[in-house]
Design a protein around this ligand. Structure first.
Ligand code: KG4
Ligand code: ZN
Length: 354
């Protein structure tokens, strides 16, 4: 089954072609980050308009890459939530209309299910069941995964997501958006022991997270370290970046270890933009080795938003006989644990509930 995947939930237009037999055949991405950087965050209306400009050319590009025509497609998968409503509508209406014109099925995919399954596109994929840490700009969740659509939320952030904490801390340090990769870069030349940042909620039982206190701590540290002209010297900036990154990584790692022990599972999957973080991967690698478990993640380009994960996730559900009706539905808020197991009975109209 050849599936075109479309991702437009936030500030990246992603398109890919996934074939259930041959694997990934084409993949193209346009990132809007430069456009949003000057505003210090994503401007929803600008995001929607840019998806409109870029989506069709990217669909043409992946077809060319794979030397295929639209008429070769068996189905279309698009992100239908969660995300920015206007941005989602561009991908959903384009994907739905294209499928209608071609007389093939379409399916609305949950963005976080896409992230969760992205490591399945790698050479040594995990097998069910496993524990997943989903860490993106909008989500920080620990999930017990027994199969596609069989998700039990074990813990989540009570306030900011980990990626959001990176982005806000970066802003305080005078860095651009998105801040995660920039903090990671600055941290490389920093000494994390120069500051002692808290590890929020790690001294309490449970698997929830909280990053807002860390944000306040960062703001106070940055302000106290500024010179008389309100500037930070580069080494101090790197030290703060390293101490902040260590605090987030340690906090996530402590809860991952707890989740592995709680479930007794031997596989840990990390997905979403923050899973591209090298220090997080190194720290979790140490932990899984001690727990005699395995760590799985996608290549960096498939940790952040992309079309391949949507094509893959959509393909799995389509092959199980699911599809979404003709109505163009988007769900800006859509809890992942309301998804149904692969191929199980669906509500009328397709794969989306509510
Ligand atoms: O999954 P994603 O591309 O979009 C959402 O669904 O939110 O995640 C974007 C987030 C941003 O907050 C960004 O700062 C963060 O992932 N991120 C990183 C790194 N690369 C991206 N955070 C820390 N270290 C990185 N290397
Ligand atoms: Zn994402």
């Amino acid at each position: 089954m050849l599936v075109l995947g479309i991702e437009t939930s936030c500030d990246e237009t992603g398109v890919a072609l996934y074939d259930s037999e041959k694997g990934l055949l084409g993949d193209a991405l346009y990132s809007q980050v430069k456009m949003h950087a000057e505003y210090g965050g994503v401007v929803p209306e600008l995001a929607s308009r840019d998806h409109v400009r870029k989506l069709i050319p990217l669909i043409r590009e992946v077809c060319q890459q794979a030397d295929l025509q639209l008429s070769d497609l068996d189905a279309v998968a698009y992100t239908s939530g969660p995300g920015l409503i206007g941005a989602l509508m561009v991908g959903a209406s384009t994907g739905r209309a294209l499928a209608l014109a071609l007389g093939i099925p379409a399916i609305g995919v949950h963005h976080m299910e896409g992230h969760l399954l992205a490591p399945m596109l790698e050479e040594s994929p995990p097998s069910f069941p496993f524990v997943a840490l989903l860490v993106s700009g909008g989500h920080t969740q620990l999930v017990r995964v027994d199969g596609i659509g069989e998700y039990e939320l074990l813990g989540e952030s009570l306030d900011d997501a980990a990626g959001e904490a990176f982005d806000k801390a970066a802003k305080m340090m005078g860095m651009d958006y998105p801040g995660g990769p920039l903090i990671a870069k600055a941290a490389q030349t920093g000494d994390s022991s120069a500051y002692k940042f808290p590890r929020p909620m790690t001294d309490r039982p449970g698997l929830d997270f909280s990053f807002s206190g860390l944000k306040t701590f960062t703001l106070n540290t940055v302000e106290a370290a500024k010179d008389d002209e309100g500037k930070l010297d580069p080494q101090t900036l790197s030290n703060i970046a390293a101490a902040f990154e260590d605090a987030v990584v340690d906090t996530l790692a402590i809860k991952c270890k707890r989740a592995l022990q709680h479930t007794g599972f031997k596989q840990l999957v990390i997905a979403g933009g923050v899973s591209a973080n090298r220090k997080l991967r190194e720290k979790l690698d140490e932990i899984v080795r001690k727990e005699r478990s395995g760590l799985f993640y996608a290549r960096p380009a498939f940790c952040t938003d992309n079309g391949a994960m949507i094509a893959y996730a959509g393909c799995q559900r389509l092959m199980a006989g699911e599809s979404t009706g003709l109505a163009i539905q988007t769900r800006p808020r859509w809890p992942m644990d309301t998804l149904h197991p692969l191929g199980s009975e669906q509500p009328e109209g397709g794969a989306q509930r509510g």
